[in-house]
Design a binder for this molecule. Structure first.
Ligand code: HQG
Length: 167
């Protein structure tokens, strides 16, 4: 596959598996899994054609490991980033002392007064290292990195999760 095709298919999969499965008439189970055969069939019917090999290629080459294949090889889900409700069945974890959130400098005043909000997603994304937070923040403009006192929040009852892909 060409790099442009890989990127396009990755974006399509993110859209369908994180946000709008019903755009192609797909149903995810409560844990966010879709049948690969059904995904391929319904995507084709909706005008996006790819085969199992293409799909696995996108999954394997995803630097951020955005998608997870089930152990039996029959199903796929997005590792994180959803705007629809999914229950990953993941246990809440004890976070490190601090975690980082990269954002655009223009959002900082609002964040400091309202708090960090997940916005259109279901969870706020935090990074274990500053370099990753910097990259995430840069997507929105001139980046600022916020240091989140994760352990202190944990002791106050806030819940932290680690997605399949390390986010
Ligand atoms: C900001 C990508 C104003 C928040 C990345 C962020 C990441 C507020 C934006 C993943 C706010 C939401 C997630 C408040 C939060 N007022 N702005 N009170 N609270 N914000 O894209 O964290 O390529 O939904 O700081 O690499 O930037 O999709 O979240 O700037 O891992 O796999 O609202 O998305 O991964 O933006 O990025 P996003 P994010 P993928």
């Amino acid at each position: 596959m060409l790099a442009a095709d890989i990127s396009q298919l990755s974006k399509f999969l993110s859209f369908v598996l994180r946000h709008k499965p019903d755009a192609i008439g797909l149903t995810l189970d409560p844990q966010g899994w879709a049948s690969i055969a059904e995904l391929i069939g319904k995507s084709d019917a909706a005008g996006t054609r790819f085969n199992r090999e293409d799909l696995l290629h996108v999954v394997e080459t995803s630097e951020k490991k955005r998608f997870t294949i089930s152990t039996d090889g029959q199903r796929i889900r997005a590792a994180q980033g959803h705007s629809i409700s999914v229950d990953f069945g993941l246990p809440a974890r004890e976070p490190p002392r601090v975690l980082y959130h990269g954002t655009a400098t223009r959002f900082v005043d609002a964040i400091l007064s309202e708090g960090l909000k997940p916005q259109t997603r279901k969870q706020v994304h935090l990074s274990a290292d500053e370099a990753t937070a910097h990259r995430v923040g840069q997507r929105h403009g001139n980046p600022t990195i916020l240091v989140v006192e994760a352990m202190r929040m944990h002791t106050k009852g806030f819940l932290f999760y680690l997605a399949d892909n390390g986010v």
